[in-house]
Each structure stands twice: as structure tokens, then as C-alpha cells.
Write a protein that binds this ligand. Structure first.
Ligand code: C2E
Ligand code: CA
Ligand code: CA
Length: 721
């Protein structure tokens, strides 16, 4: 070996130290020693070429996986001086390397070449100091086997690429200072926080290192944070995005949208977590304001129909568990139209506000009073002991109308007719409201200013129900069910991208019974599990049949099936789906499932576990009727969803109600922020479609395109596409 190999080259720009220099420049001078070292370790990890990280006195702090290729074991060398490792075939290695380390500690780069004990050739060791405020704090030593020149260019290219990846991580640290950027141990403990934490939470970064983010979490969103940390560790390389609140030093809180990214070493082991959090407090306040508008009646400030339905589905879920009857009162003013016509709209509005005030005085805590139409109010009474206590409330309402109302200085007598329906929690809230409404008409018919209970009618329904259940059982067994399909169109391409499968019952008498007439019963009796299995099986078969109409380079059309809560309780659901999909010869991305929010209200945990599993095998999931059960949307971050379907209710207001577009727009933005595809339901007009397209909605379905029809009706359309 020529001695020139061992000539010191201190001070010269060491061979290919360019990328090492860039690596060193990534260090954020504001970091404390520990954070800096950790940061460097991660960066070093990104290299395939062998790199050692040295203390300024030459002690090896760590090495990356690349050093294994030189037969150097990390565990063997950690903590030893760089010249004391067994690799060097030179007793005086210390003499050669100490000057290099010393120069490095004084801020100068350099490189030396040393023979090794194996015969694979000498190694060039290039040291680049990492300096902060002109003082060396760490040394990066790159090892390069000489005699392998052909390879080194390729290695260099790769190194540069990996470096870019490492840089990406740290540029986030260095540049996006308005966000809070952190490094964490795998359990979440902070190892680094960007200085922006002072501006955002009025806290000092250094004081927080070693603490856990949970310490900063607001109790309300603590679970979201803990869950996200667990998920990111479980879920491979995918970053996790969620929203949560952190405590500000002044006692308040701020909302953040946080993305946690797992950092893995080349063996795929989780090494660290990196997070960046954006302050979305104001954005969220705007959203909340919009939501409030979406669920309140503007004139009276009372909940509107959407919010009422939401409260009802919650109350019904509780009632099913506790068997406590619920009373629903339908209150309609008598002769309101005449009042409006004679005194004018303005007086009419004033009258409604005053009526609302009197009714509010009667509502018990926990109950809901909503205005669902012009002069129609609904009161939801929970914890009633059945019809008796509901009628007690009704009597108090009638009493409240005995006093005159003063409108513009004039005394006006008003009265109301009330219909009462009770339930112990069926699935269809609208049906209960309808029963109460029927009873209200009865009250008007009987002479107004009174109430009627829907009791007798209810009993006959029970009888009817018994017959229907038996008939439905037979229908499933005898193959009387049919699936109709409604196409979903991509708003950009105008092409059919999927179908929603909707079940119908072809009764022996020839009548095609719509799902609303038998799904609630199927859900109550548990028949839905069997019915749902038939739907899944048939939808898979149809997906397979439609494959024939598509050329192989086209995306397969996706069929969406509706899933009921009860089906998610079926422990065999997953196995059944896997089986059915493979039997039909299709793949899991051709069949998708949609659920309503109420599905998550009961035993949310096991439901979300089932959903996780379905997603794992490749089934896309969507949230159906979004908006009608909208009590809180934090669950959107927690569930493995791909798609959000905006309920018809909101779509139908587009073009007629000025607020509707604002609300739909807020929903679309929220969904997109969460990475969800947005599908609008119930599009009936070109006008609605245009607004949706403008607001950035992705897909739509509705009568404007097509009603649900038999599969064969779409064969041609699919071949043409
Ligand atoms: P959904 O999931 O909200 O289904 C959409 C309903 O809206 C369908 O009613 C569809 O025909 C109707 N629709 C579609 N476009 C328009 C439009 O532009 N305007 C209007 N006014 N309506 C439109 P359908 O088929 O009567 O289904 C009613 C409900 O029955 C469904 O509501 C779903 O909740 C349930 N359902 C249907 N099939 C199944 C099933 O296989 N399993 C379960 N669990 N539920 C099902
Ligand atoms: Ca649906
Ligand atoms: Ca729907």
C-alpha cells in the first residue's frame, strides 16, 4: 500500500464531502444537544453508504445500516473511539485518525485512507464537522471503500437521493416554523419541538422535551391523540391526520390539525415519530358557525328538522337499550294561514317567535323542541312514562295558549292542535313523526285546540308487523328480493364510476315494495343480517357480470351496498364478505360499503373495529346521509373512511336556499381536508349539479341522472364508457 494513501488531507475539501456538508447544514442551531444528535441520527439513517456519527473527541455515537457492509457492527463500535475499531489493519490507526478528529473538532473537514484487516481494499474516512455558532458539536464520518470506483457513482446518486428525503424531513423542521413541528420517541414523548410552540401555546420548547403530548391535550380530544399515536405505530408507513385541542398557557385551548409520520429505519422498524400541527382554531370556529346555521331555524333559533332527527336517533338508541318510552308531540298552530294573510308575514313571524318562547318555557331539560316547518313544531320528550306523561306535556302546552298573544299592540288569540306518538325506539324517526302528525290531524278534525294520542293506530301496526315479518322471512327464502342500481357519476369526466345497490321486494302480488317499508322491520327483527348477506352476494355477482362490459384497461365499476348497524354486530361478516368476493371472482375494490352515522352510536367500538377489518381487506367505506345525524364530526377522523355522501336534504336546498351552498361548501371542504371523496346524493336538477361542480364535489347521484333501475338497464352505458 503506498504511503501516500495515509497522507493527511486535513483542510482540503474531502472527496465528495459535498453531500456531507449539506447534511451538516441541515442542523437547526436552535436545537439543544440531545435533539440535535437525534436529528443527525435520523439523517444518517437515511444513507445507504456507511456513515458514523462521532462526538468531537472521536467517540462513535452511532452508525447507520451501511456500515454493516464493511463488516462493522453498530453494537460493537458504539462508545469506542473511531480509531479503536477492529477494522483498521494498522496498530497506529490512532496516530492517523486523531489529527483528523482534532481538525474536525476545530471546524475543519478532512479525510484519510486506511488499510483494513480484510483484503477488500482500503477505506477512505471523510470527516465533516457539524458546527453551531462556529463551534463543532458533532462529526459525521463517511466511510468509502476504495477500489470500487465503478460503484461509487451509483452510490453517490443514491446517497444524494436519500439525502433529499432526509432533507425533506428536516426542512419541515427548519422552514415551516408557523406550524408546530416535533420529533417524538415511538411512544410519543417529545424529543424536539420547533420554537413556534412559544407563539402557538406560549410554552418553551426546551421545557417540553421529555414530556408527553398527552400532557398538553385537552381532555375532550385526548383519545383522538392517544389513538393516533397507536395507529401510526401500527399502520406501516402511512401518516395519520387528525384534529385535536391543545392547552394554551393562558388557560384557553387551540385547535390543531396534526399529521404524524412514522420514521422507520431500513429494516422497517419504527424508529421515531415526526409530527406537524397546524393551528386551525379560526377555521374551526367558522365551521362550527356554519354547522350551527345548518341545524338551527333562523327565525326562532330552535333546532330544525335535521337536528331533531339527529336528537331522535340518539334518543331512540338509548330507548332501545333501556326500554323507556319516548313521546313525540306534533304541534301545529290553528288558523295560522289566516293570521298570516290578514296581519301580514311580519306579524306571522312575530307570532311564531312568541309561540316558540312559550313552548321553550315548557320544554324540560334534556328534551328537544324543534321547528320543522312554517307553523309546525315537534317536541321530543325522553324519559316519559309513556303516553300519560306525554299528554301531561300536551295539556301544559294547551294551557300556554290560553293567554292572549300581543302582536303589534293587538291582542290575538291563538290555539294549537297536538298529536302524540310514543315509541320505545324504532329505527325510523320520520315514521314516528308521521304518526304524531296523523294524530295531530285527528285533533284538528275533532275541533282543534286539543290533543290526540296515536295509540289505537299503533296497535294495529303491531298486528300488521307480525304478518309482515313472516312474509319478509319467506321473501328472503323464496328469492323475492331484487337489487336496483343507481349510477354514480364523476363530475369531472361525466362518466359512471359506480352504482349504489338498493334493495326492493317483489311481492307475489306483483307490487314492488320500497326498502323503507321493510328495512326498518328487518333491522328490528334481526332479519337484516340475512337480507344484507343476500344483498352483498347479489352485488358481487353483478360486479362480476359487469366486468364483461368493460375493457381490461378500464377501471372496474364499484358497487356500493348499504350496511345496517346490526350487520356490523355479526361476527362472521368479514369472513362472509371475503368468501363472497372471491367466489364471485372479483376483488375487494369492486365492492364498497356505506353506513349511516347512527351505526356508530350504539357500541361504537366494536363497529369501528369491524370497519377497520373491512378496510384492511380492501373494502372502501363511506358515510351515508351525512348531515342528518351530525352531532359531532370528530369521529370522521377516527374511522377508516374513504367517501362521504352528502344527504339529499342539503343538496335539495341548492339553488333555492341561499345558505345551502355555504353549508354544502363547508361539508365539501371538511371532507377534502380529511382526504375523503365527496358524493352528493339526490341531485334532481341541472342547477344543483352546477353548484355542486363549482363547489368541488367529486361525484353525484340522483334522479337528474337516473333513478335506481335494474342492472340490465346500464349494460350498454357501461360498454360505451
Ligand atoms: P339511502 O341509502 O339514502 O338511498 C338513497 C335513496 O334515495 C334511495 O331510495 C333512492 O332511490 C333515493 N334517491 C336517489 N336519488 C334521488 C333523488 O334525486 N331524489 C329523491 N327524492 N330521492 C332519490 P330507496 O331505494 O327507496 O332506498 C331508501 C333507503 O333504504 C336507503 O336510503 C337505505 O337507507 C335503505 N336501503 C336500501 N337498500 C338497502 C340495503 O340493501 N340494505 C340496507 N341496510 N338498507 C337499504
Ligand atoms: Ca345509501
Ligand atoms: Ca343516503
Amino acid at each position: 500500500m503506498s504511503p501516500s494513501h495515509r497522507e493527511p488531507e486535513i483542510g482540503a475539501d474531502p472527496c465528495r464531502s459535498g453531500e456531507l456538508g449539506r447534511l451538516a447544514s441541515l442542523v437547526d442551531p436552535s436545537l439543544d444537544d440531545l435533539a440535535r444528535e437525534l436529528q443527525m441520527r435520523i439523517a444518517v439513517e437515511q444513507f445507504d453508504t456507511p456513515v458514523l456519527l462521532l462526538d468531537v473527541d472521536g467517540t462513535i455515537l452511532d452508525g447507520n445500516d451501511g456500515i454493516v457492509g464493511l463488516d462493522i457492527q453498530r453494537d460493537d463500535v458504539r462508545g469506542r473511539p473511531v480509531w479503536a475499531i477492529d477494522t483498521w489493519d494498522l496498530p497506529e490507526a490512532a496516530g492517523v485518525l486523531t489529527p483528523l478528529v482534532e481538525a474536525g473538532s476545530q471546524g475543519r473537514a478532512g479525510s484519510r485512507t486506511l488499510d483494513t484487516i480484510d483484503d477488500a481494499g482500503p477505506i477512505r474516512l471523510s470527516v465533516t464537522p457539524v458546527t453551531v455558532d462556529d463551534e463543532s458539536v458533532l462529526l459525521v464520518a463517511r466511510l468509502e471503500r476504495l477500489g470500487a470506483n465503478e460503484e461509487s457513482d451509483a452510490i453517490l446518486a443514491e446517497t444524494t437521493q436519500r439525502l433529499a428525503a432526509a432533507e425533506g424531513i428536516f426542512q419541515a423542521v427548519a422552514e415551516y416554523t408557523s406550524d408546530l413541528v416535533c420529533l417524538h420517541e415511538t411512544d410519543g414523548t417529545f424529543t424536539y419541538l420547533s420554537p413556534s410552540v412559544r407563539r402557538l401555546l406560549d410554552l418553551e420548547a426546551a421545557a417540553l422535551v421529555g414530556t408527553h403530548p398527552v400532557d398538553l391535550a385537552h381532555p375532550e380530544t385526548r383519545d383522538a391523540l392517544v389513538g393516533a399515536l397507536q395507529d401510526v405505530a401500527r399502520r406501516g408507513a402511512e401518516p395519520i391526520r387528525f384534529r385535536h385541542r391543545l392547552r394554551h398557557r393562558n388557560g384557553g385551548t387551540r385547535w390543531f390539525e396534526t399529521v404524524i409520520t412514522p420514521i422507520r429505519n431500513t429494516d422497517g422498524e419504527l424508529h421515531q415519530l415526526q409530527s406537524s400541527s397546524r393551528d386551525i382554531t379560526e377555521q374551526r370556529e367558522n365551521e362550527q358557525q356554519l354547522l350551527k346555521q345548518a341545524f338551527r331555524d333562523e327565525l326562532t333559533g330552535l333546532p330544525n328538522r335535521a337536528l331533531l332527527l339527529d336528537r331522535m336517533s340518539h334518543a331512540f338508541a338509548t330507548a332501545r337499550r333501556t326500554d323507556q318510552p319516548i313521546g313525540v308531540l306534533f304541534i301545529d298552530l290553528d288558523g295560522f294561514k289566516t293570521l298570516n294573510d290578514t296581519l301580514g308575514h311580519y306579524a306571522g313571524d312575530r307570532a311564531l317567535s312568541k309561540v316558540a318562547e312559550r313552548l321553550i318555557a315548557i320544554v324540560r331539560p334534556g328534551d328537544t323542541l324543534a321547528r320543522i316547518g312554517g307553523d309546525e313544531f315537534v317536541m321530543l320528550c325522553t324519559g316519559t312514562e309513556g303516553a300519560q306523561s306525554a299528554s301531561l306535556v300536551a295539556r301544559r302546552i294547551l294551557e300556554a295558549f290560553e293567554r292572549d298573544f300581543v302582536l303589534d299592540g293587538r291582542e290575538v288569540r291563538l290555539s294549537a292542535s297536538i298529536g302524540i306518538a310514543t315509541t320505545t325506539g324504532e329505527n325510523d324517526s320520520n315514521a314516528v313523526i308521521e304518526r304524531a302528525q296523523t294524530a295531530m290531524y285527528e285533533a284538528k278534525h275533532n275541533g282543534r285546540g286539543r290533543y290526540v294520542i296515536h295509540d289505537e293506530v299503533e296497535q294495529s301496526i303491531d298486528l300488521e308487523r307480525h304478518d309482515t315479518e313472516a312474509a319478509l322471512r319467506r321473501a328472503i327464502a323464496n328469492g323475492e328480493l331484487r337489487l336496483h342500481y343507481q349510477p354514480e357519476l364523476d363530475l369531472e369526466s361525466g362518466l359512471i364510476v359506480g352504482f349504489e345497490a338498493l334493495v326492493r321486494w317483489q311481492a307475489p302480488d306483483g307490487r314492488l315494495i320500497p326498502p323503507n317499508e321493510f328495512i326498518p322491520l328487518a333491522e328490528e327483527t334481526g332479519l337484516i343480517v340475512e337480507l344484507g348477506r343476500w344483498v352483498i352476494t347479489e352485488a358481487c355477482r353483478q360486479a362480476s357480470r359487469w366486468r364483461v362490459h368493460r375493457s381490461p384497461d378500464e377501471e372496474p365499476v364499484r358497487i356500493w351496498v348499504n350496511l345496517s348497524a346490526r350487520q356490523l354486530e355479526d361476527p362472521d361478516l368479514l369472513g362472509f364478505v371475503e368468501d363472497t368476493v372471491s367466489r364471485a371472482g372479483i376483488t375487494t375494490d369492486e365492492i364498497c360499503m356505506e353506513i349511516t352515522e347512527s351505526v356508530l352510536m350504539g357500541d361504537g367500538d366494536s363497529a369501528s373495529q369491524q370497519l377497520d377489518e373491512l378496510r384492511r381487506i380492501g373494502i372502501s367505506l363511506g358515510i351515508d346521509d351525512f348531515g342528518t345525524g351530525w352531532s359531532q364530526f370528530e369521529y370522521l377522523h377516527r374511522l377508516p373512511l374513504d367517501v362521504l355522501k352528502i344527504d339529499r336534504y342539503f343538496v335539495q336546498g341548492l339553488g333555492t336556499e341561499p345558505d345551502a351552498a355555504v353549508i354544502v361548501s363547508a361539508i365539501i371542504d371538511l371532507a377534502h381536508a380529511l382526504g375523503l371523496i365527496v358524493i352528493a346524493e339526490g341531485v334532481e336538477s341541472k342547477g344543483q349539479l352546477e353548484v355542486l361542480a363549482e363547489l368541488g364535489c367529486d361525484q353525484a347521484l340522483g334522479f337528474y341522472f337516473s333513478e335506481p333501475r335494474e342492472a340490465a338497464a346500464f349494460d350498454q352505458a357501461l360498454s360505451r364508457a
